[in-house]
Each structure stands twice: as C-alpha cells, then as structure tokens.
Design a protein around this ligand. Structure first.
Ligand SMILES: O=C(O)CCC(=O)C(=O)O
Ligand SMILES: [Fe+2]
Length: 211
C-alpha cells in the first residue's frame, strides 16, 4: 500500500472505485459565446484505486513533437483508445456509458473515444489549446474529463482574450465537461506548477471525429 498516495481513509487504494450519480449533482457554468462547463466533484469514489490501476496497466507513451527545427518531449505521457478498443478498466467503460446517457438529449451521440494523459509531476503540463482537430473545429460538441490522483488546475480563457481565466482544481475522481462552442471559442490548459504535486491522470471522453 502506498502511504504517499493515501489522502484519506475514504479514498484509499483499498476502496474499490464506484461511480456516483450525475443528474442534479452536475453544476453548469455558462461562459461567453455559447460555451459552458459542467463540474461534478468526486464523481468516482475510491478513485485512488483506479489511479493506481491505470498508472500500472496503461501502456503509457512518451511522445515528441517538432518545435521549429527541434524535436522536444511532450511534457506528459499519453495513451489513446479509439472507439473499438477496450478501455483499461471496466469503470472507464461504465463512466463513458453514464456520460453518454446523461448527455444524450443535448449531445445527440455517444462518447466513443478515450484519451489518457499522465502528468508525472508539476513539470508536466498541457499548453493553451482547444480540441479542434476534426468536427470540433466548426461544430458544438463535448469533451468530458475525469481527473484522478493529485488535483491540478485546469484553466479556461476565451480565445479572443478580454476576460480573466477561469480556474478549476481537478483530481481524485472529479468530472469536468466542456460543452457548446467551448473548443473553438475558448482555450484550456493545465499549467506547470512549482508546487510539489504528486501525479495526476486525466481521461478525456470524446464523440467520434472530435480530438
Ligand atoms: O488533462 C486535462 O485535464 C486536459 C487534457 C487536454 O486538454 C487534452 O488532452 O486535450
Ligand atoms: Fe484539450
């Protein structure tokens, strides 16, 4: 048992992970230009056990990308599950299906893919961006993010600027869903932090053709 990763008696690796309700527990914040975010704190109970499973079982990849003439390390580990790939834990399949059911009327299609990111420490991050590869460049859609492990800040700001950024602290089973025009009219980021933070895993569920 890992003492370092045990924040409380009620969320220790000994507790099996379980999904909570969505329904009325989801709180929506309307942003400008038809964008919104839903937050459901603590959606997965016993999430530290799920964190441990994913940290160990997922075939994490370190990627590089071209930056001007140089190749640089992407500052996080990643793994992508396409729509026909079984997810690395049954509770992630349950989570995807619960999200599809909850948002069915509004989204009109199910969540189908899962992208996973592993932020090893405060030096890992994701820079400002919108998920605009594919249909989300021109259409409203949703990206649902389940956060496991240590909380990190997810920031949101309008693309055009002119407004302070919004901050959400997400970890230990919290859910945040970006919806409406959020991917094309707003940007999001998980900035580096100088604070001593433990590892965080995020699971992003998206509909077909959104990345
Ligand atoms: O880790 C997160 O919460 C955000 C990840 C993200 O924005 C992405 O992978 O597109
Ligand atoms: Fe993103």
């Amino acid at each position: 048992m890992s003492i370092a990763m045990q924040p409380s008696l009620f969320d220790s690796p000994a507790v099996a992970p379980a999904l909570g309700e969505l329904g009325e527990t989801v709180e929506r914040t309307l942003l400008s230009e038809g964008a919104w975010v839903d937050v459901r704190p603590g959606w997965v109970a016993g999430s530290d056990a799920l964190f441990s499973t994913l940290a160990t079982d997922v075939p994490w990849r370190a990627e590089q990308r071209q930056m001007y003439e140089r190749m640089v390390d992407v500052p996080r580990l990643v793994c992508w599950y396409g729509e026909n790939s079984p997810l690395p834990d049954r509770i992630l399949e349950e989570a995807r299906d619960a999200l599809s059911a909850h948002y069915r009327a509004e989204l009109g299609e199910p969540f189908r893919t899962a992208g996973l990111c592993f932020y090893r420490d405060g030096k890992d991050s994701v820079a400002w961006h919108g998920d605009t590869i594919g249909r989300s460049k021109t259409e409203d859609t949703m990206v649902a993010i389940l956060s496991l492990g240590e909380p990190r800040n997810l920031l949101l700001r309008p693309r055009g600027g002119g407004e302070a950024s919004r901050r959400f602290q997400l970890g230990h089973g919290d859910l945040l869903v970006m919806g409406g025009s959020c991917q094309r009219t707003w940007e999001h980021a998980v900035p580096k932090t100088a604070r001593a933070v433990g590892p965080r895993i995020s699971v992003q569920f998206r509909p077909r053709g959104v990345a």
